[in-house]
Design a protein around this ligand. Structure first.
Ligand SMILES: [Zn+2]
Length: 423
């Protein structure tokens, strides 16, 4: 089989990737203030959710509206509701944009025509994982950048920030958005900084195919194995216990709120560990190779199988993949998603199909090729990746802001999944 030399391909890819800018960097800090201030923040958070939900309602009642209609509707809301007026106008706009992004995601899913749920936009109800986003106004940083003051109608006042050392490196004009996020263990502030993020990549003379799996987190085409951390499994028993405790508490009682918070904190811990693992592993993979190929798996469809569901969502492949693609852009390393067909069945050295069941762990071919099943698959993935260069699996740079928010949502997502599977 004649193949193009990987070296040349890398050059081509590198050239393509030069044109992709990774422009958003998110810095996060914890907010420290008094109880009264937190309550004011809560009101801002709830109002933001209210605006988002009202925009969604407005869209449902009047079909054919576009993004700008929703933006205009914000000022109608501000006139109609006292508390909506208190929220900074850019924050109101951001809430409308958020409503629009869930609407357009739904449209996109419909247009793609793939099987499965289309994700019709839903109203947000939950108290946890609320957030509100400001643009250029509604907030002010102190000169030493240790304190942030909110200046809109809710009068939340000034908060000390924990963990903002990095903020000193950037100009105020570079901060495009400021987001307040409420989590189970407190209030956080995120600064979305507009900065071109590009890091030097040393040429490694190595191309890599990776096969993600349940037995190992992934196996690469060089035969290296990275184990699965299975954080959630480890935590599962203690999570179940706290969840049982929560279900015994009376609805609407203070104790129930406390118990729910405990469950939230545990989920938060798991999601932080997960993210940390995904980021570190992805960074390491990208830095050590010049091209990375992986399967274009539709995890959402696979999670339907309940036995596999927990392990798959625990392994958090999709998060890993997002970070792979992100670092690919940062380091100028090509990332390719290949169609996931026959990668484990075909022989990586001669190409014949060697049928095997899920339990067969070794690939043994007549041509004399004996390999670990996943190693064989990784080699196939790499081969397909090298022959399909051009159809890269990366999204455009605008997806980065989504990645930033995306990394913050897992606690909500996993708890939702959890509830569904326990039915
Ligand atoms: Zn063979």
């Amino acid at each position: 089989m004649h193949e193009e030399s990987p070296l040349r391909l890398c050059f081509v890819l590198r050239y393509q990737y030069k044109q992709v800018n990774v422009r958003m960097l998110v810095l996060e800090a914890k907010l420290r203030g008094e109880e009264r201030q937190y309550q004011a923040l809560d009101e801002a958070l709830r109002t933001s959710r209210f605006v988002r939900n009202m925009c969604l309602r407005y869209w449902m009642d009047n079909r054919g509206l576009n993004k700008y209609d929703l933006n205009k509707y914000c000022s109608v809301l501000a006139k109609e509701f006292e508390f909506a007026k208190l929220l900074n106008s850019t924050a109101r706009q951001a809430s409308a944009e958020r409503a629009w992004s869930s609407i357009s995601r739904f449209f996109d899913n419909c247009r793609k025509g793939e099987p499965g749920k289309k994700g019709y936009p839903k109203f947000r109800k939950h108290q946890t994982n609320l957030s509100v986003e400001y643009k250029a106004s509604g907030w002010k940083l102190s000169d030493d950048r240790q304190t942030i003051t909110f200046t809109d109608g809710f009068e939340a006042g000034s908060f000390r920030m924990w963990g903002t050392r990095d903020l000193h490196f950037y100009q105020i004009e570079q901060i495009k958005r400021v987001r307040v996020v409420r989590r189970a263990d407190g209030y956080y502030i995120q600064f979305c900084v507009d900065v071109e993020r590009r890091e030097n990549h040393e040429y490694q003379n190595r191309v890599l195919g990776i096969d993600v799996g349940l037995n190992h987190f992934y196996t690469d085409s060089d035969g290296n194995i990275v184990e699965n951390p299975r954080y959630l499994r480890k935590k599962e028993r203690s999570l179940k216990r706290t969840q049982r405790r929560l279900s015994r508490k009376k609805k609407g009682s203070k104790n129930r709120v406390k118990a729910r918070n405990k469950v939230g904190r545990k989920h938060l811990k798991v999601s932080r560990q997960r993210k940390d693992f995904a980021v570190k592993t992805a960074r390491c993979v990208v830095q050590s190779s010049d091209l990375v190929a992986y399967e274009d798996l539709k995890v959402r469809n696979m999670v339907k199988n309940h036995h596999l569901a927990k392990s798959i969502s625990d392994a958090s492949w999709s998060q890993f993949r997002e970070w792979l693609e992100y670092f690919g852009k940062v380091f100028g390393v090509g990332t390719i998603a290949v169609p996931p067909h026959y990668t484990s069945q075909n022989c990586s050295s001669c190409g014949t199909t060697v049928k095997k069941s899920l339990s067969t762990r070794t690939h043994t071919c007549k041509c004399g090729c004996v390999l670990d099943r996943d190693h064989n698959a990784a080699l196939n993935i790499l081969r397909i990746g090298l022959s399909t260069v051009g159809h890269t699996g990366t999204q455009d740079a605008s997806g980065d802001i989504d990645l930033c928010t995306g990394e913050e949502t897992p606690p909500g997502k996993s708890s939702r999944r959890k509830r569904k599977s326990s039915k």
